[in-house]
Design a protein around this ligand. Structure first.
Ligand code: GDP
Ligand code: IMO
Ligand code: MG
Length: 424
């Protein structure tokens, strides 16, 4: 049985969590493949809003198994808080949540290094979520990291002490100093490990391979977005993992030829949180209006998200790199009431037209080329069927589908599970 894959096509927060939750009824296993608690995946149903950071978005389904793959980095403190919230809803995570022994641990000093590194960059800071993501992946690729499986071995504490000692030396290397109470952070960290260790640790690549042979349906869940990929995103304003389709192969130990559908999730417009280039950003009051209507405030940090028009150059790039086979368009409802809707169909660079995503998106001479369409006034958030789409909204969806050359299979018109239109 093949594996399907779901990921974000922009700069994150496209609505991946909502769609994974909607799709989970068709799957036996949901497996997160990269990132860590820099992610905030929001699910809404029964008038309750849930935000998940490390736990896959299939956790609310009564039977689906949820796996945290080897590509994920886990902060036990945030993770145990997530577990506590699940307990309030009587979610039986002991039997439904499995963690790869090869996933890496975010240590308290990784968070301190992230904060110090960002502070030392001044104006050039990345705008990281300060969750310790960069330093943890640095230790992973530098072959110094501590893995979940290490916790089963008594000697891991020795490794922890050595690594922490090294991190403290590294903190002293920076000119900028931040205040911290390591003892307090460590107390919290070790306390949280007790909850973490109640979960089952598995060889997830083996588990998933067996599940495939048994005909189980598996959905891989991505975090962040393709334009935050460490290789293909707007470097250096990116995260530290591969958020693109290939990241699912390494982040779960799945062979490329086992991946079938690739679901690409995108917003009907575009947002970005943190710093970095954003050619279609709306810098006048309409950007703020869009943010207000779309409630564009980070699920993890609460920061205001920058808003802009949809960028087809960027979307085509993401579709190509990921091999997207089906699209899911989110938050179309947010655009109701805009007189005109702009769609970026290309860029000019030094007055020359380009239709690809360039190496340097930060280039001051890069300008988006817009196609303008009439907007729609109707509230579409209660629509249940595509036949009820207002004419101009339908035109918008059709224009995007035609230009992106991939079918739009789901149109989401509100945050709730039920505000989801399947386009058949
Ligand atoms: P993720 O990180 O990709 O899972 O996305 P986030 O949860 O960070 O951000 C998406 C936000 O949009 C959340 O607050 C969702 O509840 C909300 N949302 C998702 N789909 C829709 C939609 O179609 N319309 C509206 N208005 N909100 C949506
Ligand atoms: P989800 O899964 C939006 C951004 C940060 C920053 C950059 C690097 O909810 O879509 P990091 O903490 O990873 O070192 O930050 O990446 N970023 C996200 N933006 N959604 C996310 O996740 C993000 N995860 C990281 O704002 O610009
Ligand atoms: Mg998010």
């Amino acid at each position: 049985m093949a594996i399907d894959l779901l990921l974000g096509l922009q700069w994150g927060d496209e609505g991946k969590g909502k769609i994974v939750d909607v799709l989970t009824k068709s799957y036996d296993i949901i497996a997160r493949f990269q990132g860590g608690p820099n992610a905030g995946h929001t699910l809404e149903f029964d008038n309750i809003k849930h935000v998940l950071h490390t736990i896959p978005s299939g956790i609310f389904h009564p039977t689906a198994l949820n796996i945290i793959g080897n590509g994920v980095v886990i902060d036990p403190v945030i993770f145990s808080n997530e577990l506590s919230k699940l307990k309030e809803y009587n979610i039986d995570f002991n039997n439904k949540l499995l963690i790869s022994k090869k996933a890496h641990l975010i240590l308290p000093t990784h968070r301190l290094l992230d904060a110090t590194s960002e502070a030392s960059k001044g104006k050039l800071k990345i705008g990281s979520t300060l969750k310790g993501i960069g330093p943890t992946y640095m230790d992973k690729t530098g072959r110094n990291g501590i893995r979940i499986g290490d916790l089963l071995n008594k000697e891991w504490k020795e490794k922890y002490n050595q690594l922490t000692k090294k991190h403290i030396k590294m903190l002293n290397f920076f000119d900028v100093k931040i205040e911290f109470d390591l003892k307090k952070l460590e107390d919290e960290f070790f306390r949280s490990l007790v909850s973490l260790k109640k979960c089952k640790f598995i060889d997830s690549e083996e588990y998933l391979s067996k599940a495939q042979r048994q005909g189980k349906k598996i959905l891989a869940e991505g975090a962040q977005g393709s334009l935050l990929d460490v290789d293909f995103g707007t470097y250096p304003y990116v995260t530290s993992s591969n958020t693109t389709a290939a990241g699912a192969c390494v982040g779960l130990g799945v062979a490329p030829n086992k991946i079938k559908e690739v679901f690409g999730v995108f917003k009907a417009y575009c947002t970005r949180v943190g710093r970095g280039p954003f050619p279609t950003e709306i810098e006048d009051k309409y950007g703020k209006i869009m943010a207000k209507i779309g409630n564009e405030f980070g699920s993890t940090t609460g920061r205001a998200r920058r808003c802009g028009w949809i960028d087809l150059v960027a979307l085509k790039y993401s579709i190509q790199i990921n091999g997207v086979t089906q699209l899911m368009m989110m938050k179309g409802d947010v655009l109701s009431g805009f007189d005109k809707i702009k769609i970026c169909t290309g860029y000019t660079q030094n007055n020359k037209k380009i239709d690809f995503f360039p190496y340097d998106l930060n280039d001051k001479n890069l300008e988006p080329i817009y196609f303008e369409m009439d907007g729609w006034d109707e509230d579409i958030s209660l629509i249940k069927n595509k036949n009820e789409f207002p004419k101009n909204f339908k035109n918008y969806v059709t224009f995007l589908e035609k230009n992106l050359n991939v079918p739009i299979k789901i149109v989401s018109v509100g945050p709730d599970r039920n505000q989801t239109i399947i386009m058949n």
